[in-house]
Unconditional design. Sequence first.
Length: 387
Amino acid sequence: MLAKVGLLKAGELRAIAKGLERIEDDIAGGHFKFDIADEDIHLAIERRLIAMIGEPGRKLHTARSRNDQIALDMRLFLRDEIADVIALISGLRATLIKLAKRHLRTIIPGYTHLQRAQPVTLAHHILAYVEMLGRDRERFEQASARTAVMPLGAGALAASTLPLDRRMVARALGFKSVTANSIDAVSDRDFVVDFISAAALTQVHLSRMSEEIILWTSAEFGFAAIPDEFSTGSSMMPQKKNPDLLELIRGKTGRVVGDLVAMLTILKGLPLAYNSDLQEDKERVFDALDTLKPALDLLAKFWPMLRFDTKRMRAAAGGFALATDLAEYLVGRGVAFREAHEIVGAIVRETAEAGKTLEDLSGSDLRRYSRALRWHRHGYCRSRPWR
């Protein structure tokens, strides 16, 4: 771009490009020597370039500031990382959808307040997480769109008097647009907050998922067994099988939530434009990525190896879990819902006091409560097969 607008000669352009390619190879091969005196990566590369090609290297920094270069670096980095996160979310969703298809007829109790509420299929329950992850993916896609704005050319804060072609640079770097205000361009970290916010909520969803599996695999629930590959034993109790992976995902959620709070706190008191406080954004982003990406990847590997006890699930879904269905059957027979609610409430109360469940009641038992409860000789209501 500098050559196109006449700020570099053709020979200088070739020398700079060739020198940068050699530096890239040195860094990739681990041969580049970094010096703390260089302050940052940009100055380190510029120093090495000048040493290699001489005077043309001194023109590399034309119309640039570390302020807009750092903003550009972060956007380039996050653009790639968000794409990786979206791919991991899609992978976990695909795993859950595949698992749900295998359990379309597996019955499990649904819960509210951690009390048995109504029976649902395991597929329906699993697909609730698919919906959550779908929203997570959408948030990352939106964050990616706001990240993909090219800030280079903003300079330190007031742009440049030189005849730059920012849109040419944006096209070369794969950005669809350029920043409109140079002051905002160097001080904006909203796109970082967007990313960490999406990461925090996704990690919260993974924590909820982990907590539920921990409950399911406890002896009290007994709905599933933890794969050996994802558990550890106790150092003292030989019978123990601890859900360490799930507990760590649940525990590390606080890190990502903390990264979001820290980033918001960094920004809350900053005057325009650039301030060195913004250096703290790197640790927050790196930590969120280092926590979220392995969690998504490992859960996609974990779910297919989880073994469900479908008989125990179905048994737990019985008892009084179908009380709502019974009330709705009455509504379908013309009984007002509030009256139906009272009738079924009385049935549940008296049946529980007798040490029985709804499945133990005969048609004559039910007719004592309402004539609308007409029972067939095969044990089915007219509206649906509820035993």
